[in-house]
Design a protein. Sequence first.
Length: 557
Amino acid sequence: MLLPAGQTFEDIAARFEWDVPEFFNIGQAVSDAWAARDPGRICLEHFNPDRDPDRLSYDGLARRSNAFARGLQSLGVERDDRVALMLPQGFETAIAHVAIYKLGAIAVPLALLFGVEAVQHRLSASGAKVLVTTAGGRDKLDEIRERLTGLEAIVVAGDDARDLRGAVTFQSLEMGHSDAPIAIDTRADEPAMMIFTSGTTGPPKGALHGHRVLIGHIPGVQAHHEFMPQPGDKLWTPADWAWAGGLLNVLLPGLLLGVPVVSSQAQKFDPELAYRIMAEMDVRNAFIPPTALRIMRTVADPLSRHRLDLRTIGSGGEALGRETYEWAKNVLGLTINEFYGQTECNLVLSSCARLGVSRGGAIGKPVPGHQVAIIDDRGHVAADGVSGQIAVKRPDPVMFLGYWQDDAATEAKFIGDWMLTGDQGVRDADGYFSFFGRDDDVITSSGYRIGPGEIEDCLTGHPAVALAAVVGKPDSMRTEIVKAYIVAAPGFRADADLAASVRDWVKSRLSAHEYPREVEFVDSLPLTTTGKVIRRILRDRAIADAAARNRPETPEA
């Protein structure tokens, strides 16, 4: 599954072959296999702001996950049962994941920041039998517990377990059972995890992945981390491990490759804390989403206070943009390797600066082992320079098995053997892919189709703009106008003069049809738990504003 040596991406791709065995179990591969040959090797390190970090070896991970797996069995968990995890980054999260995979059960990762309704939908839709969460997560279930008829047990992790109300503690399950090896063979395409999509079109759907999904991620991880593992490599991400990016780009690949993974329980992104974690934990490799990088740009002269020793930074989940790409070069001294994927089929495009595959404003090229193309509405591959939808060809080990209990939605995801991503993009003559935005993010104005990513990237290059999001606002004359929601940088006044300045900035750098005709300053932008801007909320807000302005006034009685 590792990338072969080569001088170019194309050379490596020509010699790459998948090696997916018939039987493969994620839990055994990321713990027991390492424990057998190097038991004392450190696999996890936890950042503590007030004391030395905690460390866990592969032997510890193997034994503790075996014991916890037996604890889950005592609660009735069997093969193919769904076990939900609503936990922060930490040892217990990793242990629980590994235990679930060893049992042949299906992990359902959930973000602690989810609201009650989001949690209810995911627990009900997945039919989760057990939920492993924190005391705070347990409290969140109070108003919906009676509606969760399929949920049989709650396990509370962490030192603050209190008032369990029928729940059991993580520690009691782990300490009360044998840590002897568990030998349950699973096929590589047997279900291992269910990760819910963000739900930009309809209710969130559970994307079901097989154990082979981890094998499918390794070439992409190696590409954007420039042939990881290298001596001294150590991984960290601020992304929640409940997200495919945190779980499948960092935690599980790091464990499989023998690279220590750093965790932190911080739930809200703090740029100063991010620099501190990377410096104090000797992080060499980081996955940092684009929005988080843009927030980090607001910190003045970070290297004067934080001694970083980074070797690689990967970024994905949304368009990185040329401005942030250049900032990292100038300030951090690193070329960010942008990559692309989605919950259903992750890490299929990537950059790799070490091989010269790097271009500001572009995602990169297809990772060896994956077939990616721009296609039209009929499933035909588009010519270079012609925009269309990014699609991935099956079979592919990184591709999902299907949507949980939704064959119609699974079928609609494909045109022939091409899996539709719903993302608009273009491939240039050099083979680089660029991302415009989701199908429903594209703005139609005066006959032009405008992707928000390029405008947002341009806006964040303005010295007074900390963050920006762009959506289409209904307009009777132009169909839509470009509207920008902007968080002003510290020290700048959000007023009409600044609005005029940012409009002129875009007009002079992009084009007259792409500049934001309307600018609204906000204190913050709505973000997903993975740190991506939720344009849908802003679009709904713009639509409501347009409707209110067009609504005739009712005369007073």
